[in-house]
Design a protein around this ligand. Structure first.
Ligand SMILES: Cc1cc2nc3c(=O)[nH]c(=O)nc-3n(C[C@H](O)[C@H](O)[C@H](O)COP(=O)(O)OP(=O)(O)OC[C@H]3O[C@@H](n4cnc5c(N)ncnc54)[C@H](O)[C@@H]3O)c2cc1C
Length: 505
């Protein structure tokens, strides 16, 4: 007979990857005893939100690329989970010279916009998007679910998929240069790489073509009620199928004995036993802190150690009142004369210049998020983690007056820049709070506050670890992004579900 502190599977982290894995396992195996251990008191990790004085804020992600028709949504529907989503349209807009250039998922609307602003490039953009679609169609037909390609898939590419064969080893910059002539237009499409912390000459052409094609065909979706509502719905669905979630509990160690997982030790000293452990937590922390170097081979450790992290930044949360923002696109960037490749270069050199800001107005997507005449705005700025001597927090623990003063200065500069697009905004602000990269590191336990985990070109790409019965789920191994992390969690859950079924036979 098992005691109550003994489980079949423990999942570390209720991020979207952990929730995906838990939902798959528990829906397919209701008799299974699984537990998600989450150090925060809410689900979702970066797919979450909070409420201040009755106004809701997303705390991380604000959109899901092609969620409605995605593989993840299909699997979730099969598991009995549904959450309504709203299409964000335009998907993005760029504010420059007192004007917005809007990027639409509707091809017709996008081409009208390009024709109006860059008439000389319209035909080129048509050809470019057609090529991205053709590459993406081959990716879909080949059924690539992980960046790690098997030998069989490589052979298939060589013999059956001409576009992937042609572009497989080329970078996105090559594709842009081949079809487009105007640097401003190229820059519009480079933006998608910025999220992955890569320049257009670093990201492979097929990966970028996949993102461009999906965004400019199927669009980007927002869950009704906000990101937290989506995560809570997933957590509820998991619990309804018999899963358990323990909030405010931090895993300090993964217990390994004779090369196999035995359970976890929490920071309060409690031991929770399990046959399997799935880590949705940060990869480096899982390997070096929770498991310990002694349990991995030297080449594996070297590989993990040298990984660069993705992008991080600051988020400014604002509650505004008595201001009509409905004429603004729900997601827009203030990016006067900025080239996204240069932005990445400057960030890598440790520079933060406020020249690129992302403005998010959730109530312009879901009007129910406006309460009375008050609504939230979220301003996003990419910044280096260690900017200004770790944000003047020195050893990162010391967040005293210098850190607070710096946050005030940054807040003022950000608001001043947003006022270029929304005049007199400051007169309508009744609440403001700035989250820095240090905040993300602290609240999500993400190395250096990384928003998209390991840089996309350096991901491990395998949910199996070197330790028996230890698996990974989420952006640790799949690369960042809501859809990618969720899909990774569902696939880890599917793998373990199959393994457990095999054992039963
Ligand atoms: C500001 C921002 C904007 C973004 N915008 C978008 C966007 O618009 N679209 C998009 O697709 N993606 C976006 N992303 C990226 C996306 O949100 C993430 O890649 C994805 O949500 C990662 O999910 P995950 O489950 O892998 O990890 P996480 O969300 O990091 O979840 C990990 C969970 O594990 C918990 N945990 C960690 N260690 C422990 C421990 N020791 N014990 C217990 N619990 C632990 C954490 O508290 C957390 O809940 C954004 C991210 C940020 C930060």
């Amino acid at each position: 007979m098992r005691n109550e502190n003994e489980f079949d599977v423990i999942i570390i982290g209720a991020g979207i990857g952990g929730l995906g894995a838990g939902n798959f396992l528990q829906a397919k195996n209701p008799e299974l005893k699984t537990l998600i251990i989450e150090q925060n008191n809410y689900p979702g990790g970066y797919v979450s939100g909070f409420t201040r004085k009755g106004i809701y804020f997303d705390l991380g992600a604000e959109g899901m690329l092609n969620f409605e028709k995605s593989g993840s949504n299909k699997i979730l529907n099969e598991l009995g989970f549904n959450h309504p989503v709203i299409q964000i349209e335009p998907i993005e807009a760029n504010y420059r010279n007192n004007d917005f250039l809007k990027m639409y998922s509707s091809r017709d609307k996008l081409l009208i916009e390009i024709e109006t602003k860059y008439p000389h490039e319209k035909e080129n953009v048509v050809k470019f998007l057609n090529e991205c679609d053709a590459i993406n169609n081959e990716i879909i037909a080949l059924g690539i679910t992980s960046p790690k390609l098997s030998f069989r898939k490589l052979l298939e590419i060589i013999f059956k998929y001409p576009k992937l064969r042609k572009y497989g080893l080329l970078k996105f910059s090559h594709l842009l240069d081949r079809f487009l002539t105007d640097e401003n237009v190229k820059n519009l499409f480079k933006f998608y790489c910025t999220w992955l912390a890569l320049k257009s000459n670093e990201i492979t052409a097929p990966i970028a073509a996949n993102i461009v094609s999906e965004a400019n065909t199927f669009g980007i979706h927002y869950p009704v009620g906000g990101m937290l509502a989506f995560a809570e719905n997933l957590a509820d669905h998991y619990r309804k199928n018999g899963g358990q979630i323990q909030y405010k509990s931090k895993v300090e160690k993964i217990i390994i004995s004779k090369g196999a997982v035995k359970g976890v030790k929490l920071s309060d000293g409690t031991i929770v036993k399990s046959t399997w452990v799935i880590s949705n937590a940060d990869l480096q922390r899982t390997v070096f802190d929770y498991v310990g170097e002694e349990n991995f081979s030297k080449p594996y450790l070297k590989n993990i150690k040298r990984k660069d992290l993705s992008i991080t930044g600051a988020l400014l949360f604002l509650t505004v009142e008595k201001i009509d923002l409905t004429r603004y696109p729900p997601h827009f960037n203030i990016s006067e004369e900025i080239d996204f490749d240069c932005l990445i270069d400057r960030l890598r050199k440790g520079y933060f210049d406020y020249e690129f800001l992302g403005v998010r107005i959730p109530s312009n997507i879901d009007p129910n998020l406006e309460v009375g005449n008050k609504k939230s705005m979220i301003i996003l700025a990419f910044t280096p983690f260690d900017w200004n001597n770790n944000w003047k927090a020195k050893d990162k623990i010391e967040r005293k007056s210098d850190y607070k003063q710096l946050k005030k200065e940054v807040t003022q500069k950000i608001i001043a820049n947003v006022e270029k697009a929304i005049p007199n905004l400051s007169e309508h602000i009744i609440f403001s709070e700035l989250a820095t990269p240090l905040t993300f590191e602290r609240y999500n336990l993400a190395s250096k506050g990384a928003w998209y985990a390991t840089r996309y070109d350096q991901i491990v790409g395998d949910f199996k670890s070197q330790i028996k019965n230890l698996l990974f789920a989420g952006s640790n191994v799949s690369g960042g992004g809501v859809g990618t992390s969720l899909f990774s969690g569902l696939k880890t859950g599917e793998y373990l579900s199959d393994k457990i079924s095999e054992k039963k036979k």
